[in-house]
Design a binder for this molecule. Structure first.
Ligand SMILES: Cc1ncc(COP(=O)(O)O)c(C=O)c1O
Length: 437
């Protein structure tokens, strides 16, 4: 066997990679990855070289302990390197498993799908992807399109909401309601956008009789943590039933416990969509995993025979290791009543934020969201406050990509009241500094 260093002296082994210094990582990223994204993060003062992550803390290359209050925009609800999730991956790998194969049975994925059917008994079909939220949304769009082509002849349109975000792949980007992300692509026909929160506007489109599906986030995340009026999604459900339109909820960011409900749409008692997508927190960041949960009739209308069974397959689809992570996360979410914990523990930070808003009403214009999905409307200074929090107070937060007047605050369940105090004191100091009050 050749030694890799004799073939390529500068080849970085995994050991080398794990020991890279900040300067070298930066150089490699700038030279070989997305140069300008890297520079954007560095220039914005939000990029650090994180050497270790545990619970709600990050340790950077300079030895600073940082508080992670964004958690990869909703991924890390169960805490960084949650030992239960990590042990599950180890246990799985120790069995010398067959992780992916197009035709062999997939025991962990099958078990996860079975578990999901217990948890959401009205939606009993599962698709698992070894990918992200965009891939899950692509999958659900395609299921609905094929089901409609086979059972709702003549229907062709997808209705989504303005200011929404469903990902950046070709189909998901045209489902999202922000044309900035659609630049330089060929316009995709069959997409109509209606104002988020306005069920009457959706009905106007449904009335035309050619709509396949309606898709929305339960709370718009990238759009700036926008919570719709309480009657909105229940009204949409009724309208979808009336006009025979599939109702799809994108739970990628709000789902898997973050808002204090296992699925954010469960905030509305009795609301059952035809399908929902999930990703982010179901992985707890351990490995990429996303998926779709669907009503049996919808799934079967698309793929319910031998002719259509191969219409949406992928190399990593339904793979066992992604499912192992999802299974472990789901079990953890349920056994530890994470949604209940979020509802209870989040009161402290919400109370603290409301008290700050009373003190600084001209600076904290709005507090939005639910549970551990929080958006602070700080106007043009949101980015500045985020930078001061990161640089001077060692707290990671982020604005949202469709609305940079909103600072997003996404804690995880390992966060204590002392951590919340750290954040609240730092937020007050940062507001004073940036707004000059
Ligand atoms: C609601 C929602 N849907 C879909 C996506 C896309 O997910 P991914 O970036 O994993 O493809 C995101 C990402 O932020 C999201 O917030």
């Amino acid at each position: 066997m050749a030694n890799i260093k004799s073939l390529y002296p500068e080849f970085a082994t995994l050991d080398d990679a794990l020991a890279l210094d900040t300067e070298t990582v930066t150089k490699y990223q700038i030279n070989h990855m997305n140069e300008f994204r890297t520079k954007m993060g560095l220039g914005g003062g939000l990029t650090f070289h994180i050497k270790k992550a545990e619970g709600c803390y990050l340790w950077d290359g300079d030895g600073n302990k940082r508080l992670d209050f964004i958690g990869c925009v909703g991924v890390y609800l169960l805490g960084h390197n949650n030992p239960v999730i990590i042990d599950s991956i180890r246990k799985y790998l120790d069995t010398k498993p067959l992780t992916m194969d197009p035709m062999c049975l997939k025991q962990v994925t099958a078990a996860f799908a079975h578990n999901m059917s217990l948890v959401t008994p009205e939606l009993t079909r599962t698709i698992i992807n070894g990918g992200g939220g965009s891939e899950a949304n692509e999958a659900v769009l395609k299921v609905c399109r094929i089901a409609a082509a086979r059972t709702k002849t003549g229907k062709t349109r997808i209705i989504s909401t303005t200011n929404s975000f469903h990902g950046k792949t070709e189909g998901s980007v045209f489902t999202g309601g922000k044309d900035i992300w659609q630049r330089w692509q060929q316009p995709m026909p069959g997409h109509t956008y209606v104002p988020y929160g306005d069920a009457a506007a959706a009905e106007e489109e449904f009335k035309k009789g050619d709509c396949i599906l309606f898709i929305a986030e339960p709370i718009q995340g990238e759009g700036g943590v926008v919570t719709p009026p309480d009657n909105y999604l229940p009204d949409i459900r009724k309208l979808c039933d009336k006009y025979d339109v599939y109702m799809v909820i994108d739970e990628v960011q709000a789902g898997s416990g973050r808002t204090g409900y296992l699925w954010a749409h469960q905030y509305y008692e009795g609301l059952v969509p035809d399908a929902f997508t999930f990703a982010k927190a179901i992985s707890d960041g351990a490995l990429p995993v996303s998926g779709v949960q669907l009503k049996n009739e919808l799934y079967l209308a698309a793929y319910g025979d031998f002719d259509s069974a191969m219409m949406h397959t992928a190399t990593y689809q339904d793979n066992n290791i992604s499912a192992a992570v999802a299974l472990a996360s789901l079990q953890y979410l349920l056994e530890n009543d994470v949604p209940g914990q979020v509802r209870e523990k989040s009161k402290y930070i919400w109370d603290g934020l409301r008290a700050l808003q009373q003190k600084y009403p001209a600076e904290i214009l709005e507090i939005r969201g639910r549970g551990y999905m929080i958006g602070l409307k700080l106007g043009a200074n949101a980015n500045g406050v985020g930078q001061v929090l990161a640089q001077k107070h060692f707290i990671q937060v982020m604005t949202s990509i469709n609305d940079d007047t909103i600072l997003r605050v996404y804690p995880n369940i390992t966060t204590t009241n002392e951590d919340f105090d750290w954040f609240l004191n730092a937020l007050e100091a940062s507001i004073k500094e940036v707004f000059g009050v």
